[in-house]
Design a protein around this ligand. Structure first.
Ligand code: FAQ
Length: 311
């Protein structure tokens, strides 16, 4: 597609115009979308690992069936997102290569271990909860294919969030040991969930431009606050506490105050120094290599089909 002047593009956005694949767009806009959508896609497929760890050990057949369906949903989200990225003229194989060689990121949250069954509940409740808060505004992203993919993703994430809440609710109303397991999971996943929203606004290099382009609709800190406001009352219903003594309702602001997030930890995890970064990448690369024969078979089949129709 031809390049567009910044003025013409600004006018299109001001008109609340949706940008579609064949529309002209500034190169920086295209690059930013590829970066964000690819990282989002990578997060979905790497995000299958922490929960996949518990499929064989889920406490009942019903729990196992639900968890398998959820992990499959994450694979599906990855596929919609890679497909959305491809509408911008990039190749999925190349995006995966960038993930595998550490040139593209994935969400920090998936570098934490899942130590107990309750962690599956905490991931559903907190991680999917944070994902929804971040992604609902993306349904109004200026880039059509990304926005449309988000509609279905958000519906499925809502279901995931409820299943996590239900796991924790069951545990917290079970034996004292089960309740303690649920509390421990929430204690470990709370702060990393707040980090999912990214660095604070004054340390977020991409935010201003992405908001001007209508890619992001709210700032990292605004979404983090929205997540806290949504989650504190839910913790009360669960009968669990959040590991932050500074959480309290602020009448004047109309929001919950909360403590300071340790962003040094976020930056360390992004750099590759989280508890599971190495394992996650090694597992992903091995899975990709193990799947080479499937890609080769699909290519051979496609070539045969072409030869048949041409012959
Ligand atoms: N982890 O300038 P900003 C899910 C990077 S939900 C790693 O603020 P931006 C569902 C950032 O990329 C998780 N890296 O950047 C699920 C940038 O680096 P770059 C996925 C992070 O893009 C649930 C640099 O730091 N969701 O998968 C993180 O404006 C359960 C500076 O940051 C999405 O990806 C982080 N937490 O804002 C699956 C949502 N934070 O690229 C399985 C879409 C920041 O310049 C199980 N993405 N960075 O080298 C977004 O909304 C945005 O990209 C943000 C970051 C908000 C994540």
């Amino acid at each position: 597609a031809p390049e567009l002047t910044d003025e013409a593009f600004a006018a299109l956005l001001a008109d609340d115009g949706r940008v579609e694949p064949r529309d002209p767009m500034p190169e920086g806009y295209r690059r930013t979308l590829v970066r964000q959508i690819a990282q989002h896609a990578h997060s979905e497929i790497i995000g299958m690992q922490p929960e996949g760890n518990w499929i064989s050990r889920a406490p009942s057949l019903r729990r196992k069936a639900i968890l398998m369906a959820k992990v499959q949903d994450e694979a599906g989200h990855g596929l919609y997102l890679y497909a959305a990225a491809e509408t911008l003229g990039v190749d999925r194989a190349d995006l995966l290569d960038q993930l595998h060689t550490g040139r593209q990121k994935y969400s920090s949250i998936f570098n934490y271990p899942t130590l107990s069954w309750a962690d599956v509940g905490a991931i559903g409740w907190l991680v999917d909860g944070a994902a929804i808060v971040n992604q609902v505004p993306l349904c109004r992203c200026s880039y059509g294919p990304y926005a449309r993919a988000m509609v279905r993703v958000c519906k499925e994430e809502s279901f995931h969030q409820r299943q996590g809440f239900e796991i924790l609710h069951t545990l917290s109303h079970g034996t004292p040991a089960q309740k303690a397991m649920a509390q421990d999971a929430v204690d470990r996943y709370w702060w990393p969930s707040l980090m999912m929203f990214g660095p604070p606004d004054d340390d977020s290099p991409n935010s201003a431009q992405s908001m001007a382009w209508g890619i992001k609709r709210f700032s990292n800190d605004d979404l983090r606050q929205r997540f806290v406001d949504m989650t504190v009352p839910q913790a009360e219903v669960l009968g669990l506490t959040l590991p932050d003594p500074e959480i309290r309702w602020n009448e004047e602001r109309g929001h919950y105050d909360f403590g300071t997030v340790d962003f040094t930890e976020l930056f360390e995890v992004i750099k590759g120094n989280g508890p599971c970064n190495r394992d996650r990448m090694a597992h992903r690369v091995a899975a990709h290599e193990d799947g080479a024969w499937v890609r080769e078979a699909a290519d051979a089949y496609a070539a045969k089909q072409v030869a048949r129709t041409e012959g």
